[in-house]
Design a protein around this ligand. Structure first.
Ligand code: GLA
Length: 363
């Protein structure tokens, strides 16, 4: 039997840059998913503490993609891919239990997939290593589930380090831990889960990704990461599509903000992160156009209550907002978000504090 835990994540900064071969700066959360894998007789059974019933797959289902509920594809996906790769996957019972809220933009899916992949790696003696675990986790989401995501979430979930953010170069998939200790600067990372229903998030995400690829092609570069910040005006002048111009401006300036954020954290100037977060939000709202009224309202409320900076985190169209808030303003900032939501007629948000925790580990 093997049992692994993998966390959800918050992205501090660097949104929609991962699939543009760019830079991201996420951190692993204390919340996550624990997966237990044990040998079984004849069949593959998947059980979730958050779902009713068991999903049972017979040998033909291992290659034939039986009709299974959506959540179970995040678990069975790893088995399907290993089977396709020629790995002899013996019958197993897989139990998952997660406390990452679904649909909040905190990567409940990466926590689930990474904990399953790590537990399978140990149970089956696959010895995938760090790069192999990342590759298989990404394939589960991209190929088995069919979500065209960019790899940041799995990297953060697998490689996060307590007390640190993870600076990732999404071109070569290298990562470096960068100290992130807001408490030492008298600050708290506050999270407001807007609980706004994701509106068309999947289709809009895929559309942004396509737009970025079109822009890169029009500019003759492999990916938008190859457009230097200093060359942005030139690049924009070479595009006549207003939408693509906005996408390029977001991605190029966001990559630059990530690099600056890494510099300020390495210099121990956590408070200087604030303006970068707020600028990132403005870029997502005005240029990339992936925010919704709930997240914009939460950001304004946090800033109005004294946050040094605030932004939506994750893929967009709902989900969570983060704010860098002085410790003595944490209660006031939470109240401000709840009040603003009540005044706007939005549902009640959930507000909590977050710290950087360790990535995937045996549980
Ligand atoms: C989602 C995807 C990530 C990344 C973010 C946006 O979380 O899973 O790969 O693209 O959106 O930064």
């Amino acid at each position: 039997m093997s049992r692994w835990f993998a966390p959800g994540r918050i992205n501090l900064i660097g949104e929609h840059t991962d699939y543009n071969d760019g830079f991201v700066l996420p951190l692993a959360l204390p919340m996550g998913c624990a997966t237990t894998v044990a040998a079984a007789d004849a069949r593959w059974t998947v059980v979730s503490a958050q779902e009713d019933g068991e999903v049972v797959v017979t040998p033909s289902g291992l290659s034939g993609r039986d009709d299974v509920p959506d959540w179970a594809t995040y678990v069975l996906g790893a088995l399907w891919l290993l089977h396709d790769d020629g790995v002899d996957v013996p019958p197993l019972r897989i139990e998952v239990d997660s406390d990452v809220p679904v649909g909040a933009g905190l990567s409940s899916s990466a926590a689930l997939v990474c904990s399953v992949v790590c537990a399978l790696d140990e149970q089956l003696g696959l010895d995938l290593g760090s790069d192999g675990l990342l590759a298989l986790s990404r394939r589960v989401e991209n190929d088995a589930v069919g979500a065209p995501t960019g790899g940041m979430d799995q990297l953060a979930s697998l490689r996060g380090e307590a007390g640190h953010a993870l600076f990732c170069d999404m071109r070569d998939l290298t990562s470096q831990s960068v100290p992130f200790d807001p408490a030492a600067a008298g600050l708290t990372l506050l999270v407001a889960d807007t609980r706004a229903p994701h509106r068309h998030a999947d289709g809009e995400y895929a559309a942004r990704r396509r737009g970025c690829e079109q822009a890169a092609e029009a500019l003759g570069v492999a990916a938008l990461r190859d457009v230097a910040d200093a060359d942005l005006d030139d690049a924009l002048a070479r595009l006549d599509d207003e939408e693509l111009q906005r996408y390029v401006r977001h991605v190029v300036t966001e990559d630059a903000r990530v690099l600056e954020a890494v510099d300020v954290l390495r210099a121990g100037r956590v408070d200087d992160l604030g303006p970068l977060l707020t600028a990132s939000h403005a870029s997502m709202r005005d240029d990339f156009q992936i925010t919704v009224p709930e997240v914009d309202t939460a950001v304004e409320a946090l800033l109005g209550a004294g946050a040094l900076g605030a932004r939506m985190t994750g893929g967009g169209f709902g989900g969570c907002v983060i704010g860098l808030v002085p410790q003595d303003s944490v209660d006031a900032a939470g109240d401000a978000v709840r009040r603003a939501f009540a005044e706007s007629g939005f549902g009640e948000p959930t507000v909590f504090t977050a710290t950087a925790a360790a990535g995937a580990r045996p549980a």
